[in-house]
Design a protein around this ligand. Structure first.
Ligand code: COI
Length: 356
């Protein structure tokens, strides 16, 4: 079935994979819904976006994304409440950020009405894929790639913006231990660390593989100049609880301005949990761990939500964190998820209903 409107073209799939898909015990990011959104940029403008059946796209081997990694992405989630209403969490932040990331990679700005109309229409069409229940969500992956068929090292004149959606549960399946980076760096001053540039993630794979061989699931990146300050974990921003104080690094051009991160800071202030947004040194965290004052570490991100970290490694030494009954991680996760799933008051206007 093909529907044409002036701002969106819709071609619906005649079949659905939903019946043959197991939605319990999902591995993150492996399964995709029946439809996707696609919008091409050519001759200086974005063309009419299309929703069509999820499937392969055709690109020339010379497309710039393959050679220069000119690509950015976002991560968002849709939640379904007990009345089948669909909610997004602070989607405006993701819309703004994909254009902030894009600007850094010389990618033209994507229009707001295309983003929201396209996304909402896509969610309505694939709404059966959004499962109810705490912990179930639909992970939404908007992204932009450079498609011009030309290998000169200059910004592409053609792009493709897409949104694909994947039913999701937990991002990490087991306990998470992290290694504090001593040599490798994720980002540098004046670089692209704050952007969700595809290459920021690829560059972490090799060091993370090495850390995995030592028994860690993730790396906590330290500042590139001195490796003395803890910055972010790559798939998550990172928080430390020393005594009853919560610490996290300030955002900068090296650190992603995470939506979950800033929501936690707001919630901490609301619930009178002392929170310090400042440089956090490796030294103070190691010392706090030695003295038994490091109570918790957790990562925060859209995909991972709030993920406790049970131990860390630094310069060959391994530290385990205490197993507490009442953790800040579970407190914030509960507060945040209740807002996301429409089970608590939304004081800050973070929830966004996808009208059906
Ligand atoms: C997200 O949390 O949405 C992210 O972008 C992390 C991703 C690499 C899974």
């Amino acid at each position: 079935m093909k529907t044409d409107t002036s701002s969106l073209e819709i071609i619906k799939s005649t079949t659905s994979k939903l019946d043959q898909t197991k939605l319990d015990k999902l591995v993150f990011g492996e399964i995709f819904t029946d439809h996707m959104l696609e919008c091409d940029y050519e001759n200086g403008k974005w063309k009419t976006p299309k929703i069509k059946p999820y499937g392969p796209i055709e690109l020339m081997p010379s497309a710039k994304v393959f050679h220069y990694g000119q690509a950015v992405f976002e991560g968002m989630k849709a939640f379904k409440d007990e009345d089948d209403k669909i909610w997004l969490f602070r989607p405006e932040e993701n819309f703004k950020r994909i254009n902030v990331s894009g600007a850094r990679l010389a990618i033209p700005e994507f229009p707001k009405d295309y983003f929201f109309n396209g996304l909402e229409e896509l969610l309505k069409i694939d709404k059966e894929w959004i499962q109810k229940g705490f912990g179930n969500s639909l992970y939404i992956r908007p992204f932009v790639i450079a498609t011009e068929e030309c290998v000169s090292a200059a910004p592409s004149t053609k792009y493709k913006f897409m949104i694909i959606c994947s039913p999701a549960q937990a991002y990490y399946s087991g306990e998470v231990r992290v290694k504090f980076s001593e040599t490798f760096s994720r980002a540098a001053d004046g670089g692209v660390g704050y952007a969700k540039a595809a290459g920021n993630y690829a560059a972490q794979f090799h060091p993370t593989n090495l850390a995995k061989e030592e028994g860690f699931q993730q790396i906590v990146w330290t500042d590139a100049n001195t490796h003395e300050y803890l910055e972010e974990a790559g798939t998550m921003n990172i928080f430390f609880r020393v005594g009853d104080k919560l610490l996290t690094a300030p955002t900068s051009d090296r650190i992603l301005d995470g939506v979950t991160r800033k929501s936690i800071i707001t919630l901490a202030e609301e619930f009178n949990i002392p929170v310090e947004v400042r440089k956090v040194s490796v030294k103070e965290i190691v010392e706090a761990a030695r003295k038994g004052e490091l109570k918790e570490m957790f990562g925060a991100g859209t995909a991972a939500v709030i993920n406790p970290i049970v131990g860390f490694g630094h310069k060959g030494e391994k530290f385990e964190l205490p197993k507490l009954e009442d953790t800040y991680a579970s407190f914030f996760k509960d507060k945040l998820m209740k807002i996301q799933y429409n089970q608590a008051e939304d004081k800050y206007g973070w929830r966004y209903e996808v009208k059906q």
